[in-house]
Design a protein around this ligand. Structure first.
Ligand code: FES
Length: 240
């Protein structure tokens, strides 16, 4: 198999794999929030940025090339990822201690992984709406990081097209495709991939609070990188 270098680690890859896919297959974690193995890459969060020949690339979209030298865990890149994560925290309203997703939230776990100690930037405290109209699914836009995983998952995995991004830039937000614009009039169901794959507490199934106690949750006992690499390996074993 051809190989490339991820920092000083030699990584084998299959033709057509991206740098992120090859790294994950080889057991090397690159932080990411908008990428999911079951969805096409979106390249919006920029957390997976690596440097090739002095230029930044999203590793979730950049194809692996033979002999390529890829900088990944340099001090500057880790600092950049930490700053991006801090920006995600300050541009929304994330109250981790009071959030049911705490301990199984990828944004929170990414912050821990990157050694984020504080928000650094000034909080913007945007005014965002919640949609609690549906009997079994809640939407809290305060916690949305606009990764569009739900948009893509609803369309391609659930076959429903329940979500879209409305507006542009800082004013953009998650919209619900239903006649009233409310979840209650959409086809959403709590078992949908759109709900299951939401990395934060933006979309959650109702009536399932505190089934797993704080301290015993997915990322409470192991870091995100370990959990994700294990899940990726299991998925590859199942689907190839
Ligand atoms: Fe690559 Fe978000 S995971 S840009």
């Amino acid at each position: 198999m051809p190989t490339f270098f991820l920092d000083d680690r030699e990584v084998a890859f299959k033709e057509g794999q991206t740098i992120l896919q090859a790294a994950m297959s080889g057991g090397h974690y690159i932080p990411h929030l908008c990428w999911r193995p079951e969805l096409d890459p979106h390249s919006s969060c920029r957390l997976c940025t690596v440097i090739i020949n002095g230029r930044p690339f999203s590793s979730c979209t950049q194809p692996a090339l033979k002999g390529q030298r890829v900088e990944c865990d340099t001090e500057a890149l880790v600092a950049m990822r930490r700053a991006v994560t801090q920006m995600l925290f300050i541009e929304g309203n994330h109250h981790c201690p009071a959030c049911e997703k705490s301990g199984r939230c990828k944004l929170q776990a990414t912050a821990y992984l990157l050694g984020m100690q504080n928000s650094h930037f000034s909080h913007q405290f945007p005014v965002r709406t919640r949609d609690l109209s549906h009997p079994t699914v809640s939407l809290d836009r305060d916690r949305c990081i606009r990764c569009e995983i739900c948009v893509r998952a609803s369309r391609t995995l659930d076959g429903k097209d329940v979500f879209a991004i409305d507006g542009r830039g800082i004013g953009s937000g998650l919209a619900v495709n239903s006649p009233s614009g409310l979840l209650k009039d959409s086809e959403i169901a709590p078992e949908d991939a759109a709900v299951r794959l939401c990395p934060t507490g933006a979309l959650m199934a109702k009536d399932q609070g505190f089934e797993v106690p704080i301290g015993d949750r997915l990322y409470d006992r192991e870091p995100l990188s370990v959990v994700e690499l294990r899940e990726y390996k299991a998925r590859k074993a199942l689907h190839g």
